[in-house]
Design a protein around this ligand. Structure first.
Ligand code: NDP
Ligand code: MG
Length: 390
């Protein structure tokens, strides 16, 4: 029986993970669940899965949750200490890292440090602390399995035991992207799009932050940086390909000309189940891919005028060091500004560009250094958001 902690249980990835777990009560036992603002949803999950611990943001939320869990054995913890405790607890085998944004960095690192099987959805933590993560994994022997559908696809197309330092005959990665809801919108209309329009992704149901990132294609830029760390590649080894159907989740091209792809319906339960059961294969509840109904697969090159955030992320990936930390922090602040109605959609890339422009690239030396760089970039971005307020 695998004991499982789900960080970010109340979110989209969290809910899909619990859906898979419920199908396999003989394999997985929920040890801990965490939430942030959705306390009633977390309480409902606790009633259903009866975890040993539930973690919320602060003492006030803890009090609210305890009231809703009267009579249950679940112990309520709070704050970063609570998240790190349930990520590193000796009793835990697997940690699903599905908190959104930089808030996931510390608990995900705690899981890596304590040698857990880490299922990584929280790409922002790897973008921020890539070197730290990779060093930690090497030291602790923890295993990192990618949940992001593209990276999970790449992982499936690489040979078993792939060694990033030897590249195993890999020539390049084709990282697919749907192009989001605004792929064909006239450029002049982009300035007036609303948060709800940006979050209406054509193929995937996701949380609001990653949905906006998909609309700007910052998501693909973060994924490019994520892929570099996970598979020991440089940005030049990765081509971003627009593929509107989201059926091919990414491809690996080898030096002999072979191209391996992983296909499936756009449903996150496939990569989640793959990583949960790896190296076995178990049922996920995902319907068979109807290749006849799919009929056609289209491919194109992303237009960097439409998606300046993708260009900025590629630039930050090439600069390396602290540039991705600043990029990620500025993006989180700008996306939040857009979702709060303070910024227009096209201002997201302006904030990120301005922060990157004034950022002096350094080599992050420690976790504290990463956090300092993140904090400074957030302050700079927030000033810009205030100056641009609509
Ligand atoms: P959601 O917004 O749906 O869920 C985010 C989760 O994180 C929720 O449980 C939320 O709690 C919690 N959370 C938010 N802020 C904090 C905080 N400050 N401290 C602690 N917990 C917090 O996001 P998704 O599930 O869509 O995405 C989660 C991660 O997975 C992201 O990094 C995303 O990039 C990645 N990912 C998601 C995919 C998807 O299909 N959804 C695909 C690939 C990657 P609450 O809801 O209670 O406030
Ligand atoms: Mg993805």
């Amino acid at each position: 029986m695998q004991q499982l902690t789900i960080l970010g249980a109340t979110g989209s990835i969290g809910a899909s993970t619990l859906d898979v777990v419920a199908r396999h009560p003989d394999r997985f036992r929920v040890y801990a669940l965490s939430g942030n603002s959705r306390i009633s949803e977390l309480a409902e999950q606790c009633r259903r899965f009866n975890p040993r611990f539930a973690v919320v943001a602060d003492t006030h939320a803890a009090g609210q949750l305890r009231e809703q869990l009267l009579g249950l054995e679940t112990e309520v913890l709070w704050g970063m200490d609570g998240l790190c405790q349930v990520s590193s607890d000796k009793a835990v085998d697997v940690v699903m890292a599905a908190i959104v944004g930089a808030a996931g960095l510390l608990p995900t690192l705690a899981a890596a440090r304590s040698g857990k099987k880490v299922l990584l959805a929280n790409k922002e933590s790897l973008v921020m602390g890539g070197q730290l993560f990779m060093d930690t994994l090497r030291k602790s022997g923890a295993m990192l399995l990618p949940i992001d559908s593209e990276h999970n696809a790449i992982f499936q197309c690489l040979p078993p035991g792939y060694d990033a330092s030897e590249k195993s005959g890999v020539r390049k990665i084709l990282l697919t992207a749907s192009g989001g809801p605004f792929r064909n919108l006239p450029l002049a209309d982009l300035s007036a799009v609303t948060p709800d329009q940006a979050c209406a992704h054509p193929n995937w149901q996701m949380g609001r932050k990653i949905s906006v990132d998909s609309a700007t294609m910052m998501n693909k830029g973060l994924e490019l940086i994520e892929a570099c760390w996970l598979f020991g590649l440089s940005p030049q080894d990765i081509d971003v390909v627009i593929h509107p159907q989201s059926v091919i989740h990414s491809m690996v091209e080898y030096v002999d000309g072979s191209v391996l792809a992983q296909l499936g319906n756009p449903d996150m339960r496939t990569p989640i189940t793959h990583a949960l059961a790896w190296p076995e294969r178990i049922e996920s509840g995902v319907a068979s891919l109807d290749i006849i109904a799919t009929a056609r697969l289209d491919f194109g090159v992303p237009d960097l005028r439409r998606f300046p955030c993708l260009g900025l992320a590629i630039q930050a990936a090439k600069e390396g060091g602290s540039a991705p930390v600043a990029l990620n922090a500025a993006n989180e602040v700008a996306v939040d500004g857009f979702l709060q109605g303070e910024l227009s959609f096209i201002d997201i890339s302006r904030v990120v560009a301005d922060v990157l422009e004034s950022h002096e690239v350094a080599e992050p030396e420690s976790l504290e250094h990463v956090q300092q760089i993140d904090k400074k970039a957030r302050e700079d971005a927030l000033k810009l958001v205030h100056s641009m307020r609509q």
